[in-house]
Design a protein around this ligand. Structure first.
Ligand SMILES: Nc1ncnc2c1ncn2[C@@H]1O[C@H](COP(=O)(O)OP(=O)(O)OP(=O)(O)O)[C@@H](O)[C@H]1O
Ligand SMILES: CC(C)(CO)[C@@H](O)C(=O)NCCC(=O)O
Ligand SMILES: [K+]
Length: 243
C-alpha cells in the first residue's frame, strides 16, 4: 500500500491506496497528538509515502517525524515543477508555487484536457487558470474565510461578532450581519469574477476543492466538487516517479 498526504496550513488529508483502489482515507490536524486518526492499523502494510505540503518547515519536520515513527518507509516530499505531462507552470520561479496548487492543477489536467479553472478554498483561497494547451495562465491567492474572520476579530478593536457561515448577501443591520453577510457578499463577487474570467479564457470546467468548497458551491459557484484533487495529482506524480 502507498500513503499519500496533502498537508495544508490548517488540516491534513491522507489516503492509502493499493493497486489503484483506495483502502482508507482520513483527515487530521498536524498539531494534534495523532495527526492521522484511523491510519495506525495499516502502518505495517505501507510500502511508499508521498507528501505534498505548504506548511512551514517546522511543521513539515514534525510531520516527517511522525511518519518516521509510524513506518520504516522513508517519506518523499513532492514540490511544484516547471512542467509535467504537457502541463506548463506560468511561474518562472516555479519552486515558489505552493505544492498544493501544482498538484491540484495536475490532478485536474489528468481528466480535463479541454482546460479548466481550479478553485482551492482552503486556509487561503487559490484560483488557477489552465488552457486547452496545458498552459497555466496564472492565478490568484486570496485570504480564506477563517483567515478573514480572524483578521476582523483581531485587527479591529470594536468589531465583535460570532462568525457564522451564512448565504445571505443583503446589507447587514448588526455587526454580526455586516460581517457574516459581508464575507458571503465578497465570496459572491469572487464567484462572479471566476465565471467571467473562465468565459473570457474559454474554460468550461471549474473544479472546486478545499474545506470551504461546499460553501462556495452553495453560494452559486457552478463547478465540479473534487475534494481529492490535490491527492489525485500527487498520486499520479508519485506513481510516475517511482514506476
Ligand atoms: N473540519 C474542519 N476543520 C477545519 N476547517 C474546516 C473543516 N471543515 C471545513 N473547514 C473549512 O476549511 C477551511 C480550511 O480548508 P482546508 O481544510 O482545505 O485547509 P488546508 O488544506 O489546510 O488549507 P491550505 O491548503 O490553504 O493551507 C477553513 O477555512 C474552514 O472554514
Ligand atoms: C497559497 C497557499 C497557502 C494555498 O494553500 C499555498 O499554495 C502556498 O503557500 N503557496 C506559496 C505561494 C505561491 O503559491 O505563490
Ligand atoms: K489545500
Amino acid at each position: 500500500m502507498k500513503l499519500y498526504v496533502d498537508a495544508g496550513n490548517t488540516r491534513l488529508k491522507w489516503c492509502l491506496e493499493e493497486a489503484g483502489t483506495t483502502v482508507a482515507n482520513g483527515a487530521g490536524v498536524l498539531d494534534e497528538e495523532n495527526p492521522f486518526p484511523g491510519l495506525a492499523g495499516y502502518a505495517s502494510g505501507i510500502r511508499g509515502i508521498a507528501v505534498s505540503t505548504v506548511a512551514s518547515e517546522e511543521k513539515r519536520e514534525r510531520l516527517l517525524g511522525y511518519l518516521a515513527v509510524l513506518s520504516k518507509v522513508p517519506a518523499r516530499c513532492y514540490w511544484s515543477e516547471p512542467e509535467r505531462g504537457g502541463l506548463q507552470n506560468a511561474y518562472s520561479d516555479y519552486d515558489r508555487m505552493g505544492a498544493d496548487r501544482w498538484h491540484g492543477m495536475y490532478g485536474a489536467w489528468l481528466d480535463h484536457k479541454q482546460g479548466f479553472v481550479v478553485v482551492d478554498a482552503g486556509s487561503a483561497v487559490t484560483v488557477d487558470f489552465v488552457n486547452q494547451c496545458g498552459r497555466h495562465l496564472g492565478g490568484y491567492i486570496l485570504p480564506g474565510l477563517q483567515m478573514m474572520f480572524r483578521s476582523l476579530k483581531t485587527d479591529a478593536a470594536r468589531i465583535g461578532f460570532d462568525p457564522e457561515q451564512v448565504l445571505e448577501t443583503g446589507p447587514g443591520k448588526s455587526t454580526g450581519e455586516c460581517v457574516n453577510h459581508g464575507l458571503a457578499w465578497l465570496s459572491d463577487a469572487m464567484i462572479a469574477r471566476i465565471r467571467w474570467d473562465a468565459q473570457a479564457f474559454g474554460l468550461a470546467d471549474v473544479l472546486v476543492t478545499g474545506g470551504d468548497a461546499d460553501r462556495l458551491i452553495r453560494l452559486g459557484l457552478t463547478g465540479i466538487h473534487r475534494p481529492d484533487l490535490v491527492l489525485a495529482g500527487l498520486r499520479a506524480i508519485a506513481d510516475e516517479e517511482t514506476s
